[in-house]
Design a protein around this ligand. Sequence first.
Ligand code: 26V
Length: 818
Amino acid sequence: MFELMDGFLKNDPVSLQKDILHHVEYTVARSRFSFDDFEAYQALSHSVRDRLIERWHDTQQHFKKKDPKRLYFLSLEFLMGRSLSNSVINLGIKDQCAEALSQLGFEYEVLAEQEGDAALGNGGLARLSACQMDSLATLDFPAWGYGLRYQYGLFRQIIIDGFQHEQPDYWLNFGNPWEIERVHVSYPVKFYGTVKEEIVNGKTSKVWIPGETVEAVAYDNPIPGYGTRNTINLRLWAAKPSEGHDIESYNTGDYINNIVNRQKAEIISNVLYPDDRSYQGKELRLKQQYFFVSASLQDIIRRFKDVHGNFDEFPNKVALQLNDTHPSISVVELMRILLDEEHLGWKKAWNIVRQVFTFTTHTVLPQALEKVPVDLFESVLPRHLEIIYDINFAFMEELKKKIGQDYVRMSRMSIVEEGAVKNIRVANLSVVCSHTVNGVSRAHSELLKTRVFTDFYELWPAKFQYKTNGVTQRRWIVVSNPSLCALISKWLGTDSWIRNVDYLTRLKEHASNPDLQHEWRMVKKINKMRLAEYIETMSGVKVSLDAMFDVQVKRIHEYKRQLLNILGVIHRYDCIKNMEESDRRKVVPRVCIIGGKAPPGYEIAKKIIKLCHAVAETINNDEDVGDLLKLVFIPDYNVSVAELVIPGSDLSQHISTAGHEASGTGSMKFLMNGCLLLATPDGSTNEIIEEIGAENMFIFGAKINEVPALREQESTVKSPIQFARVVRMVKDGYFGYKDYFKSLCDSIENGKDFYLLGSDFTSYLEAQEAADVAYVDKEKWSKMSILCTAGSGRFSSDRTIEDYAEKTWGIQPCKLPS
Ligand code: 26V
């Protein structure tokens, strides 16, 4: 009866204020006459959450009634960041909240800062999932996200004496108002044990007798769309001891030890793996993957069976998206359920599996392609290993029919890797079992076809597609840059671009307008002031607002070449030091900002962080240089720090060795915020060039197809003299820590410079010089900056999601009537 009625709760400031006070008193349990900023944040969050829950219920009811084909987005990582600021924007109640709070003597912005980040992911892949959830909700798609509720998110980075140290991120310490614990939504997840045969209805059937059972409990995180009442669900699973677990042993008397053993079950969802470079065959990692996949599939099948009596309609009602290979065990798990629990025949089950899965890969690095040792598989998931062998057998037979007896090729394509250690190639499993394989940019897709999955592409060309990544303009403009948001809406005469980003292109018409340019610069200045204050608080360095803020923020990896950036800074410093006074006056002042976390076990990446601090120490304390050059490292880079840094940047660097960055999404956030890009023609940058024009960017370096030959010649071609000079400065101990930096310098020595820093150095310096020249011409720079924002529409995750919905998932919007 109530299913379509608008919420019970009203959104005017008076009603909101009443709710906030109610929550102060009864949820936070503080006196409504005396509470602090954090308690006010908690009460406000609960008031906002109430409104989310209403919409969430209505949305789920509506989906249930309409029974559309649903998308299930399976990902082991979601980097959601803060929820309050995003929710009030998407619910359209920010001003009302601010007013309600101001009458109580609180400032909305101050309360929003109280929230810690939900950092359940490493980097690009995880933040992309969060952007895509926002777009799925906004575009009214019937979608669910599924993942793991880690107790400890990505480690906190602290810097002591220039060195990175990792600290645990116990993000749930102060409670999490944005999740709803569903104690009644829980499923048993099995591990280990043995497989037996049984006769069911006259047919032999396999039965898996587990050695351990762990309970998965659901935590729901509502994801509101913008400008719609649709609010979808991100369901994260936490591991709890299973009720039926080892009941026998309670009778044996060791009560205390049994309780302690039960708690061990929780380890599965304890901690996020922080190294996104390479796979090690870790048992816990495999258990995490299977745990979340098994619970999600049980939940999905339960929902399906509520409405459908058999599985015929399953492919028409369910799309399962694999976010990289991490959830790929779900293809085997679905096979197992259909065969062993639903007792479908092999052919029918296989036919269903091949119609529902879609796979997106996010890497080009072969060492990031997951492999699981067969022994490990056999012990943790014995029945799954059998099914993998069966799938592989069927695939090999199919292959033989198509390509004949080419055993070399067959062994390359096999899901099982033979050798001293037998492995399961999870990427091959994902490709074989999915009906579509997506790359994350056009360039990435080409690399997939020509280097990573060549054999598979030749076999199934139609399977391979790409959807260039995008980011949500709600978080990356509206939430993080309110001044720019207001300015864009004013000049476009509408705020429709927040839902339909195509409108942004109309800014192009005004790009040369001096009034817009003036206002544009004012907005940038406000954001630079905020950033400068933050830099001073974090690092004690005072920076000039007249300087160009030149930023590189992202995970620290050799291929992303933060080292190239630092060597460029050393070169700039060296030039300034050796200049005549008259030339110094022509130098464009710069604040070079670097931020990012190094994977804890990645020694070279950690040395790069230390080098940045050592160089900063020298430069920032050199009175000779003053405001002409500063270098700062921003610690603990995360989503909320990004929200502050990106709007305040003038120039941003995306300088990976061509052919290594699958897409890159940071660049898109900078672009939306009118920040110019200094970049290599890698990943999605190639598409950004098409949209913005190379003349409005600073592009340099080798192209993707030039890199292999350059690598071949690398040991014979001498690196440029300026490069040799700056490397020597580090090597000779100009910045101290001579011995410590030796291996770092060795890694880019002639003959060992795998990421081609030396080869790209000259063109890097030229691009930097071109940026200096452009920056001096304020009108020109402002115009370029406006054109960046104007051209950023194609890089909205709304476009990506619409593309996926139509070409990969086959889903339609299912909008809640307003
Ligand atoms: C690998 C591993 C290995 C072991 C444990 C944890 C872990 C977590 C993640 C990964 C794969 C990381 C892949 C990734 O983040 N790729 C980035 O994806 C972005 C979104 O598509 C893309 O823009 C970046 O170019 C790509 O590097």
